[in-house]
Ligand binder design. Structure first.
Ligand code: DUC
Ligand code: ZN
Ligand code: ZN
Ligand code: ZN
Length: 459
């Protein structure tokens, strides 16, 4: 018995064609016109697009979990349900060790959190928050365990390493053709500016973005890319948010460096005026990098359109407004940094990118699925609807309309930064490795997610 999806339009980053798709077990086994219906469960998907399951390459589903008020509001259980219900079939979560613990221990901890709890497939970027001989030796162990991508930080005192350590890590990662992504902000500059505002009694969320201006990000991006040039490693820039950072990327590419750029929906559809909302509302948007100017937003859209920006993931890192964001009521620097978003990315990009005519549906598929799969060694198992690939398929209905609301969202958090925003298009059904796991925005088969083992990229 197989599943036959009949009459839909299959879309990839390269184009679209009207073909039937046959699924047997976990895989796509046949594509063509007028496929034989015998021995098949036939679903009529005419009028809908068949998109490869979306991949979110940047989530923090379990940051500080077990650490009380600073633990994320979502976890693998709730975050993965919110993801898969709206079409995201794979997440690459930021596995983040605490100081002094090995990467192996962190990997075990993340496996423990995800295994049997995730409703979408998953893997991790392993965070390197300190550098010493034993961590260095573990880079290869991680690659052997299927974790071929890493994350480092240039800001946050509990997470950042020195430039020389970044350089050393890059040279180690290069040996195994791994991928490195870095949070680019100059941590020293941020600390200085926070101290100054706090000393002056400037304590409202309004000051958060002023402690992390575009120069703080652009300087770190430039430095990172210079170090990567020296180490001869292709690198990823996570959550790039400004025009000036994009200029730095252009310069690196002009000297023939391979650079991947990720941005996030919040930098494309929200802007810095939200920090001036009434009461303490601005705290909802406290994330780093912060929301930016309209000019930056336009530059990012241009980058999305012309290919300077490669991927869009979410940096989903949810904290409740009540009881978590409010920790910083008297001092913005104590507001936990992060916003939810794993649920809303597909509808936001479709609505504000595709239906406005800024990008094609093919480009959307590249940005949130195919090109992510290629960058992070998930392709062609993920990121494409073709024979032999996992049957991760989103039946996308372009005709629906909706309104994003905290009251109806599946994310386990008491607000959404996109509250009240209208959307067009949505996932009518979602298949995860051949099994229908979501329908009309609700999960119908939970905890079906599996760990995806990745091999190193080709040289
Ligand atoms: N920025 C956030 O806002 N949250 C999580 C980590 C990060 O870099
Ligand atoms: Zn970050
Ligand atoms: Zn302001
Ligand atoms: Zn992040």
């Amino acid at each position: 018995m197989s599943i036959l999806l009949k009459g839909g339009t299959v879309v990839s980053a390269k184009g679209r064609r009207q073909v039937d798709v046959r699924i047997t077990g976990e895989k796509i086994v046949e594509m063509g016109t007028n496929l034989d219906v015998a021995d098949s469960t036939v679903t009529d998907v005419s009028g809908a697009f068949l998109l490869p399951g979306f991949i979110d390459a940047h989530t923090h589903l379990e940051l500080n979990n077990g650490k009380g008020s600073m633990g994320t509001a979502d976890n693998f259980d709730t975050g993965s349900k919110a993801a898969v219900a709206k079409g995201t079939t794979t997440v690459i979560d930021m596995a983040t060790p605490s100081k002094g613990s090995s990467l192996k221990d962190c990997l075990n901890a993340w496996n423990h959190l995800a295994q049997g709890n995730s409703s979408c497939d998953y893997t991790y970027h392993m965070s390197i928050i300190e550098w010493n001989p034993s961590i260095k030796a573990e880079v290869k162990e991680m690659v052997d365990a299927g974790i071929t991508s890493f994350k480092m930080y240039m800001a946050y005192d509990n997470l950042r390493t020195k430039d020389g350590e970044i350089f050393e890590a890059m040279r180690e990662i290069r040996k195994y053709q791994g991928m490195l992504g870095i949070h680019c902000e100059n941590g020293d500059m941020v600390n200085e500016m926070i101290a100054q505002f706090v000393a002056e009694g400037k304590l409202s969320p309004h000051y958060h973005p002023l402690t992390r201006p575009d120069s703080v990000e652009a300087e770190a991006v430039e430095r990172y890319l210079m170090i990567a040039d020296l180490a001869n490693l292709p690198v990823n820039i996570v959550h790039l948010s400004t025009k000036r950072s994009l200029e730095a990327v252009k310069q690196a590419r002009a000297r023939n460096q391979k650079v991947y750029v990720e941005t996030c929906p919040q930098y494309l559809v929200l802007d810095e005026h939200l920090y001036d909302g009434p009461d303490f509302e601005g705290a909802k948007y406290v994330c780093s990098p912060p929301l930016r100017s309209i000019g930056d937003q336009q530059a990012l859209w241009e980058g999305v359109i012309d290919g300077q920006v490669n991927t869009i993931s979410t940096d989903h890192c949810s904290f409740n407004f009540e009881g978590q964001k409010t920790i910083g009521k008297e001092d913005f620097s104590k507001i936990p940094n992060g916003m939810p978003g794993v649920e809303t990315r597909p509808e936001l990009i479709y609505t504000y990118g595709v239906t406005t005519g800024k990008i094609s549906l093919e480009r959307m598929v590249g940005l949130i699925s195919e090109d992510i799969a290629k960058q992070f060694a998930l392709y062609p198992q993920k990121g494409i609807i073709q024979v032999g690939s996992d049957a991760d398929i989103v039946i996308w209905d372009p005709k629906t309309t909706g309104v994003i609301s905290a009251t109806t969202q599946l994310q386990n958090v008491d607000y959404t930064p996109y509250d009240g925003m209208q959307t067009k298009g949505s996932a009518r059904a979602v298949y995860l490795r051949g099994k229908k796991v979501a329908e009309n925005g609700q999960v119908i088969a939970e905890k079906q997610g599996e760990f995806i083992f990745r091999k190193s990229r080709e040289k």
